[in-house]
Every structure is written in C-alpha cells, then in structure tokens.
Design a binder for this molecule. Structure first.
Ligand code: GUN
Length: 285
C-alpha cells in the first residue's frame, strides 16, 4: 500500500487563510501587522526565502519591510538597525535571515531582537519558554511539523516519535514540541549507534539531517508517518529531502514530499506568529 502524501501547500494555505483573517481583525482595530525582514549579503537560497516571505505577507495583508544589507555589514550596524526596529511601535515582528556572514555572530543578533518581536522563536527567552511549555513564539519549521501532524489527525500522544537531527533550529525544538504533545521522543544524530534499529521503532519519524536520501525505506516501520524537513539542492539543480521518497512512500502510512511538504509550512507559521504578535501588541483577542 502506498502512503498518503501530505500536501504542505494545502495545509499552509489553511494556516495563511487564518492569519489573513487575524490580520483583518488587526486592521479593524488600528493597523495591519508588520514584519521586518533583514537579509545580509547575497546568499541565493536566502534571497529566495526572503522573497517568498514578502509574497506571503502581501497575500495575508501583513505589511512587510525589507532591509537588504551588504555582505560586509559590521555587526554593530546590524545591531543598531535591530534596536531601531525594536523601538518602532509599528513593527510587530523582526526576522534576520540566517546564515549570516562570518563577521556577524548569529547569537548576538538573535539575542538582540526583543523577545516580544521574535517571530522566529530563536531568542533564548523564547527557547526557554518553549521548553517549559509556556506560551511564546514557536520556531516556524518545527511548529509547522506539529501543525501538519494535527491537520492529518495523526495521533501524537503516547506514540514514539524519532527525530533524526539535533540542530537548534529544527531537531531540538521539534523534539521539545513532540514531547509537549505527549509523544515518547528519541533524538538521533550523527553519533547515534544502530540508527536504523531506532528509526524502525518510530510511529512518527522527523528527518532533519541535511543529507539527500539519508533515510531509506528499510529504516521505516510499515504505516509510520514520515515528516521530511530536509531541503537539499542536488547537482542537477533539483531539490531532494532527507528521505528516499520513492521507496519510503511504499512503506510509510503518511509522508511529506520535497518540495511541497514542510517548506511551505515554515512561511505560513511565520505569518501566524506575526499576526499573533500584532494582536498581543494591539491588545485584541
Ligand atoms: N534560515 C533557514 N531557516 C531560517 C528560519 O526559519 N529563520 C531565519 N531567520 N533564517 C533561516
């Protein structure tokens, strides 16, 4: 039997429609939500992401401000811009696209953004709140993973969720959010022994490794849900996930494609976070 292919575009559209309705309520209460996006340098993938974020803002009725800074921007200049945006009452969300050029410390930048405007959920205050189960801005990609599972009514509580990858942006927060949903969570990484033995026990497998085709069909248990967070550019220019999709879809019960799976969810969750911030700041609902 072939897996149900989870349509990330459909789920992202549903999340964005809700965000657009929220943005409308903000406008009725005074002003549209506003997201400031900073990009430093010319990284081609980052440019595509930033362009897509701007388009999503337009589609949702969110004002977007773009700050494109040269690759040789000094850290102090970037921090000064963030301070300005922190102090601007009309700005609800601030996002600095990663990765940053070598002269700028990512920690300094994510730590400079006011936690109340940190729609990426990268500030340590928000990381701490997330780990303690408090209300906060959740990091967009892992929050999108949970949203997809819930949309598809895939049970999480009591299930074994295996996360492969332990990055600060995806693996670790995905594990924390699955735990909050009462899954039994195992985090695997490059030093894990007997990886396939563990992944074969997964009811839910989240792949966030950054290596194309790393998760093969023999590593899956029949009927499991496979969420592929990998976005890998192949030498022919095409995109591939971390999962061997063609073979895995014959074993899994649910699977996300790449592209068209988790990718569209990240931006949709950013829209959701920006509207949430604006509502909080306007004191509505
Ligand atoms: N680079 C890759 N993913 C992300 C993300 O979610 N947020 C930011 N700011 N940069 C990224």
């Amino acid at each position: 039997m072939s897996a149900k292919i989870i349509d990330g575009k459909e789920i992202a559209a549903a999340v964005k429609a809700k965000a657009a309705a929220g943005a409308e309520r903000c406008r009725a209460a005074g002003r549209a939500p506003c997201l400031a996006v900073i990009i430093v340098g010319e990284d081609p993938a980052s440019k595509v992401y930033v362009r897509n974020k701007k388009r999503a803002c337009e589609a949702c009725g969110i004002t977007s401000l773009e700050y494109a800074l040269p690759a040789d921007t000094a850290q102090a200049a970037l921090l000064a811009l963030i301070e300005e945006l922190n102090a601007d009452d009309d700005v609800d969300g601030i996002l600095c696209q990663l990765p940053l050029p070598g002269q700028i410390a990512e920690d300094a930048v994510t730590g400079a953004i006011l936690p109340e405007k940190d729609v990426d959920g990268f500030h340590l205050v928000n990381v701490g709140k997330m780990l303690s189960g408090k209300d906060c801005f959740l990091p967009c990609t892992p929050a999108g993973v949970i949203e997809m599972l819930k949309y598809e009514k895939i049970p999480i509580a009591g299930k074994h969720a295996v996360v492969v990858g332990r990055s600060n942006i995806v693996g670790k927060p995905a594990a924390a959010l699955l735990l909050k949903e009462n899954a039994t969570v195992t985090v695997c990484h490059s030093r894990t022994a007997n990886l396939a033995e563990i992944t074969r026990q997964a009811d839910i497998l989240v792949a966030a490794v950054g290596r194309p085709g790393f998760i093969t069909a023999d590593m899956l248990s029949p009927g499991c849900a496979v969420i592929d967070v990998g976005i890998n550019r192949l030498s022919d220019g095409s995109l591939a996930g971390d999962v061997d999709f063609a073979a895995a879809k014959e074993i899994a019960g649910f699977i996300t494609p790449v592209p068209g799976g988790v990718g569209p969810m990240t931006i949709a969750m950013l829209m959701k976070n920006t509207v949430k911030s604006c509502k909080l700041r306007l004191g509505i609902e």
